[in-house]
Write a protein that binds this ligand. Sequence first.
Ligand SMILES: O=C(O)/C=C/C(=O)CC(=O)CC(=O)O
Ligand SMILES: [Ca+2]
Ligand SMILES: [Mg+2]
Length: 393
Amino acid sequence: MTTIDIPEGSLYGLGNLPYGVFATPGTAPRVGVRVGDSVVDLAVALGDDVFARPSLNAFMAQGYDRWVEVRSRIGDLVRGDVPDAAVFAVGEVELHLPFEVADYVDFYASEHHASNLGRLFRPGAEPLMPNWKHLPVGYHGRAGTVVVSGTDIVRPCGQRKAPDEDAPTFGESRRLDIEAELGFVVGTGTPLGSPLSTADFPRHVFGAVLVNDWSARDIQAWEYVPLGPHLGKSFATSISPWVVPLLALEAARVPTPPQEPQVLPYLRESEPWGLDVEFAVSWNGQEVSRPPYREMYWSPAQMLAHMTVNGASARTGDLYASGTISGAAKDQRGAFIELTWGGQEPVTVNGEPRTFLLDGDEVTITATAPGAAGRIGFGEVRGRILPATEAKR
Ligand SMILES: O=C(O)/C=C/C(=O)CC(=O)CC(=O)O
Ligand SMILES: [Ca+2]
Ligand SMILES: [Mg+2]
């Protein structure tokens, strides 16, 4: 038996207990929980086969009461002794995509980001569209291209047409960007025709992950009218390997900024709350931005209610992301198109002026939040840009 050591100040103490899917060389992927710098194999430690699977979906589908019970059992377990065969050093495991992504929806919930993008994409027009403060604007993404942190990202090719060009050309994206976001993972769904209310959020949403919604701004700018983002964003979306349970984020709740005009009844909450998650974005190892999630206009519960208000079903493994997190200050912007103002105001990265991503660049997004006993960590979402595979047309 082993006593798990939790280093002083660890972001992975008993107040966090994030879930992931891990494997050691030659073994099958299975569910584990991170404690300090260790990963505990839950199938072995708890003797329950629901954790012997290569995704969290079966466990998440068991529902809220079970999430509470397992979290409390893990707490009891790691306060005592854990079987040796269940404990691995985090450095010796490979982390996989933690859940099977059912559907992927991406919102646009930051007022700062939406205003900045409005100015950049639609100069001369009102930055916010007339609908923006009445509903959380979003689009459906591509679930099959959600990848785990560490997966290389091949530069996408597609149609691009700059405003001063007469006709589109085909080729690799020259304006490849990131979007730092927080993603919410649906644990238990609903059948068609049964909308979820904002009050249903805690019993249906299992946890949160970090998201980098890679975006090819040149492809996006040409294709998006009038149906919204398509190939400019569907080539890859990276998520962090650890799913932080919503149960670990109680201490991180903060009121959302005031909403004016008042929203329609289905979007109201008795006490609208967001999360005080502090993000950091690093470009080739240098921190370039610190986006504050607490400033997001639309709340996680409002996004869930909106996503299902038409009767669309929700399913175990649905991922809905907040949209790019940007604060009011320049160094709080969660996308490079904003940080460099469309490429006109380069930022200095390791001594060099930079605008959009170059081949070989690596971006790492991390985040922490207040927990029940000290700060808790979300780990990281990291990705490196590989050159485009040669264009075939
Ligand atoms: O305003 C636009 O036309 C485009 C906006 C975005 O690219 C943002 C987006 O994908 C949603 C988000 O991450 O906030
Ligand atoms: Ca996005
Ligand atoms: Mg994407």
